[in-house]
Design a protein around this ligand. Structure first.
Ligand SMILES: *[C@@H]1O[C@H](CO)[C@@H](O)[C@H](O)[C@H]1NC(C)=O
Length: 286
């Protein structure tokens, strides 16, 4: 009888000890987490611009990306006459543009879309519409023109919280290494559409003399750059990056064409190895 009693109180003591022990532990963890979250805002990154690992120099990206099992590859290779063959690329673009096609897909998008313009930047908390109907031949219905062996590639500037572009908005101070056709385009815009000068300009060209020859005419939709009113990106709900659809109108077939695209603003440095402000890919259309 006595032994059972002793045994019971011992068990009870151990039980109480563990209950208290774990409660204190849980309370400590809770306090730590609470203190930690007090220092954070879910919408605003703690480390921004120069303090952050991403830095202040945005990268440029392209879509469609070659398949995931070959991440190093930047070759877009297909046969225009075979749907089976180019479908992989157009499907990838369908996926990528999904969010752009259906407002409401992205959380909060739909309620706070603002009809932005150069003279009408979005108010705080609102986001600008990205209208994919303005991409000329580069639409889903048109298979992004892959079937005509004149594919569209989409360009996108990587998002950096709070980054404000320093525009090339004066044609008298363009950098020497800017492609001549872009310089001319900017001069023309300055004369005819002065209000659109606050744009992050975009250029694509063949890399070597042969590539320049082979890549042929290039068109940009809806315009040749990313309009300034999309910046700065402040993680507002439903924000979508603006896109430039690059249409290669008549690339030579059966040969690899090296293409380099660049984004242009005073505060975008170009570094191919760091993948800053520039992107490289190859086209091969059989
Ligand atoms: C030109 O760009 C600079 C730097 O981005 C900006 O401060 C300035 O207001 C722009 N000029 C015009 C006329 O918009």
């Amino acid at each position: 009888m006595a032994t059972i009693c002793v045994h019971n109180t011992a068990v009870a003591k151990i039980g109480i000890f563990y209950i208290v022990f774990y409660s204190v532990l849980a309370a400590l963890v809770a306090v730590c987490m609470w203190v930690f979250f007090q220092t954070l805002d879910p919408r605003i990154p703690k480390w921004q611009m120069d303090q952050s690992l991403i830095g202040t120099n945005p990268g440029l990206g392209f879509r469609p990306l070659p398949s995931e099992d070959n991440v190093e590859s930047t070759l877009i290779w297909y046969k225009g006459t075979e749907e089976k063959n180019y479908k992989m690329w157009t499907d990838a673009l369908d996926d990528f543009l999904q969010d752009y096609r259906t407002p409401g897909q992205v959380l909060g998008r739909g309620q706070n879309i603002y009809n932005c313009d150069y003279s009408q930047p979005p108010p705080k908390g609102m986001v600008c519409e990205v209208d994919i109907k303005q991409y000329g031949p580069c639409t889903l219905e048109n298979h992004y023109n892959y079937h005509k062996s004149a594919p569209c590639i989409f360009l996108k500037l990587n998002k950096i919280y709070g980054w404000v572009p320093d525009f090339y908005n004066d044609s008298s101070s363009l950098p020497n290494n800017m492609p001549t056709d872009l310089k001319e385009y900017i001069k023309e815009k300055e004369q005819k559409e002065q209000h659109t000068m606050n744009t992050v300009w975009v250029s694509c060209e063949g890399e070597n003399a042969a590539d320049i020859e082979n890549v042929g005419q290039i068109q940009y939709y809806p315009r040749r750059g990313f309009p300034g009113y999309y910046y700065p990106y402040e993680n507002s709900e439903g924000y979508l990056s603006p896109l430039v659809a690059v249409h290669f109108e008549r690339p030579v077939r059966g040969i690899i064409i090296n293409v380099e695209c660049k984004a242009w603003a005073h505060n975008i440095k170009h570094d191919r190895h760091e993948r800053m402000g520039t992107v490289h890919f190859e086209l091969m259309i059989d």
